[in-house]
Design a protein around this ligand. Structure first.
Ligand SMILES: [Zn+2]
Length: 296
């Protein structure tokens, strides 16, 4: 392969600057851009390249996340025990923080702990017996009726307790008591945070479902309008008030929560026009039978 000319190298360097152009924007402009984003968008932006990742993970970039959080109605503030990216991931993503798997459990955040874990990870990291036979046990995190403990949390608390135990028993008792009070206050904050997050999450999921329904209805209308434009207006009218006449196969194409694009329309058009041709033929036969019967 011939060596690349210095001129070509220079033009490539201009095409791929070392610093992403978005970082050249002033903080005010960047805040204006982020005013239009959701926290999950900022999270995805932070994963787009190393420079942006580093920038958005700096403490001074908190304003970016704050601007994005303001776009989500009812979302509680980021708690002091989570970073902004962790909080965004906890609220808006679905995968397990430990192994990246996705299941029903990973979609349901464990709010007080600031984590989302799949079923195997919950079983591996939670216990119902933090003081006896620790860390054996497990399974408690799977039941709402059983009090369960996050193993890492218990280990950290135990280590802190052990560190406080000294030779002077009177002094030790006071220190341990202070630690217990601190832990109780932290737990209270986390439970309150979890309560707020759960309420927001229910509302957020309902909003997402409503938005998905609206997109689905719009898509169906767009498809039917295109069929009417293609000369199938009578057949579309005959589908019924709730389009009961659509077959299973056609519904699989229309009942999707994503907008219809021209490219996709070109792909699905043969299936839909074949279906409408079938309906047209059926309509002609029904009209013929009715005509015959009317003469009898
Ligand atoms: Zn997992």
């Amino acid at each position: 392969m011939p060596p690349r000319s210095p001129r070509l190298r220079r033009s490539n360097a201009a095409a791929f600057p070392s610093s992403p152009p978005i970082l050249n924007l002033s903080h005010d402009t960047l805040a204006l851009v982020c005013d239009l984003l959701l926290p999950v968008d900022v999270l995805n932006l932070s994963r787009s390249c190393k420079s942006i990742h580093n920038f958005l993970h700096q403490a001074s970039s908190k304003f970016v996340w704050k601007a994005a959080r303001a776009n989500v109605q009812g979302l509680p503030d980021c708690p002091k025990w989570l970073s902004e990216p962790q909080f965004a991931s906890l609220c808006f993503e679905d995968f397990c923080f430990r192994c990246l798997a996705m299941d029903t459990y990973s979609r349901s955040p464990l709010w007080p702990f600031g984590i989302r874990y799949c079923l195997p990870c919950r079983t591996a990291t939670f216990t119902t017996k933090p003081l006896k036979d620790f860390p054996a046990g497990g399974g408690g995190a799977l039941s709402r009726k059983v009090l369960s403990f996050y193993v890492r949390d218990v280990q950290e608390f135990r280590a802190a307790l052990v560190a406080k135990v000294g030779a002077d028993l009177a002094a030790t008792a006071a220190l341990v008591l202070a630690l217990l009070q601190e832990k109780a206050s932290d737990t209270k904050d986390r439970v309150e945070f979890a309560r707020e997050c759960k309420a927001w999450h229910v509302q957020w999921k309902a909003q997402l479902a409503a938005a998905a329904r609206a997109v689905k209805v719009q898509r169906q209308q767009d498809i039917l309008r295109k069929l009417e434009d293609a000369g199938y207006a009578n057949e579309v009218r005959e589908l019924g008030p709730h389009y009961e006449g659509l077959s299973q196969e056609v519904r699989a194409v229309t009942d999707q929560a994503r907008p219809l694009t021209e490219r996709e329309w070109n792909v699905i058009r043969p299936t839909l026009t074949a279906f409408m041709d079938g309906r047209r033929e059926l309509g002609v036969r029904v009209a013929f039978v009715r005509q015959i019967r009317s003469r009898l």
